[in-house]
Ligand binder design. Structure first.
Ligand SMILES: [Fe+2]
Length: 217
């Protein structure tokens, strides 16, 4: 058996060294997972007002609710006339990649992750798109980590790729984004994600949301 393994290794090395075939290699990526990324222009000018708004909501309902959050505070879904609700609604309406006339319902909630708190891995069932809008962040306050929907079915395949190929193509088992103030991500609700523990001394504040499409497609 050991001899067989050595023979196979020698054969593989020979193939690698001699480049017996001109492969004219290229990869075509199909069926991607789309993460839509936005940045709120001049976020600094509205940040304090929005952060204050979230703390006021927490004062109104200090208990909040517990879903994927561990140790932090999460609000209940907030009401339609909220200024952040309107902002998210406007951004989604104006997304240039969506067919015109799509109607949708939107649910939003606030998150305050104090030091040590985090969100366990989860999906957002019954929604189509989900997202996060970061209002207050600092170094090491907790990355959002997405797990590839192919991580189970294609685990060995993914592991066989070089780091360069993984980086160039996004064919990885997982991928993280640093939270940045004024930045927003919109992603498929079925995509598994978690938020790492906040290791900073500052609160990490974000707005999360679910979008359910209602239009006939
Ligand atoms: Fe989430």
């Amino acid at each position: 058996m050991e001899q067989d393994n050595q023979n196979q290794k020698a054969k593989n090395n020979l193939l690698k060294k001699d480049h017996l075939v001109d492969l004219k290699y290229k990869a075509q990526l199909l069926f991607p997972t789309c993460i839509h990324i936005f940045e709120y222009e001049n976020f600094e000018s509205v940040k304090d007002e929005l952060v204050q708004h979230v703390y006021e909501e927490k004062d109104r309902d200090p208990k909040g609710r517990i879903l994927s959050n561990r140790g932090g505070w999460q609000s209940r879904d907030f009401v339609k006339d909220d200024k952040i609700f309107s902002l998210i609604e406007k951004i989604f309406c104006e997304l240039p990649i969506l067919n015109k006339g799509i109607s949708f319902s939107l649910d939003c909630w606030f998150n305050i992750n104090k030091k040590g708190s985090y969100n366990t891995k989860h999906v957002h069932p019954t929604s189509d798109f989900s997202g996060v809008f970061w209002l207050k962040t600092s170094m090491n306050c907790g990355n959002i980590v997405f797990e590839s929907p192919h991580n189970f079915s294609s685990f060995i395949e993914i592991q066989s790729y070089t780091d360069k190929f993984k980086n160039d193509t996004g064919c990885t088992g997982g991928y993280f984004f640093n939270p940045i103030e004024g930045k927003m991500l919109i992603f498929p609700s079925s995509l598994e994600h978690e938020v790492q523990p906040n290791e900073s001394d500052e609160d990490r504040i974000s707005v999360s949301f679910n979008i359910k499409l209602l239009a006939e497609l």
